[in-house]
Design a protein around this ligand. Structure first.
Ligand SMILES: Nc1ncnc2c1ncn2[C@@H]1O[C@H](COP(=O)(O)OP(=O)(O)O)[C@@H](O)[C@H]1O
Ligand SMILES: [Mg+2]
Length: 229
């Protein structure tokens, strides 16, 4: 088992009341597996990804990723966890506009202590990843010189630079046209095979969800098997 939510409850404060978003929610994903999460807007999909990526904490229940119970980690260990065990892709690419594509992919490694040899290895991996996402001819370009699809592909390379075991993608195709969205979902499926990284992808589009191995739906504050609309 790579990652697990056990009986997780999460709510947000809204004035004086607390509004539950997830209630008794269970989830698990094996190493190298791919899962799509679908569900209406506001059903808690981003909340669920944030819990898996240690960007947020549940009120009750457990989040266990790569053998670590996230509640037991110190702030420093959580930062290390986010930097090495998981990769994030969001709807918007969040690339730094003044850095080249290659530099952007290396950004997550900058905060880490690394020898000169390790820096060289990161750089080599960044080049290899950019090749894998079809951007080897764009290494020195700025994000502003890329198409929307190319920017998202650069964001995928950045998410993979630390060789995470789990890739969390929150509507990664949400800002793309139909054709580029299909290509990006295809690329994620290929990345899963090549890198053997497990992927949890949130999406609104059923045809993209079907490119993942399993489709789950957030319904009634819980994750259930998708009825496959
Ligand atoms: N930081 C927050 N503070 C208060 N309410 C929030 C916060 N984040 C999300 N919510 C609420 O929780 C619900 C689920 O949000 P979210 O997980 O973003 O849903 P989804 O990604 O499925 O659209 C929504 O009703 C949203 O308004
Ligand atoms: Mg969301």
């Amino acid at each position: 088992m790579l990652a697990e939510l056990r009986n997780v409850t999460k709510s947000y404060a809204n004035g004086d009341t607390s509004v539950p978003v997830l209630e008794g929610c269970d989830f698990s994903i094996e190493a190298g597996e791919t899962v799509a999460i679908v569900g209406p807007s506001g059903s808690g999909k981003s909340t669920l990804l944030n819990l898996l990526g240690a960007l947020d904490k549940p009120e009750s229940g457990e989040v266990i990723v790569a053998g670590k119970n996230l509640a037991s980690l110190t702030a420093e260990q959580l930062a290390e966890f986010r930097n090495t065990e998981v990769g994030f892709i969001f709807q918007l690419h969040h690339l730094l506009p003044h850095c080249s594509v290659l530099e952007n992919v290396l950004v997550p490694t900058l905060a880490r202590k690394a020898s000169k040899a390790e820096r060289t290895a990161f750089r080599e991996r960044a080049v290899k990843l950019l090749e894998a996402v079809g951007l080897s001819h764009r290494l020195d370009h700025r994000p502003g010189q890329l198409s929307g699809g190319e920017r998202q592909r650069a964001a995928i390379a950045r998410a993979l630079i630390a060789s995470p075991k789990l890739l969390l993608a929150d509507e990664p195709t949400g800002a793309l046209d139909v054709e580029n969205a299909a290509r990006l979902a295809e690329l994620l499926a290929e990345i899963n095979r090549v890198e053997n990284v497990a992927i949890v992808m949130v999406t609104h589009a059923p045809e993209l969800a079907r490119k993942m191995g399993r489709v789950l739906e957030l319904r009634g504050k819980k994750l259930v098997e998708s009825t496959g609309r």
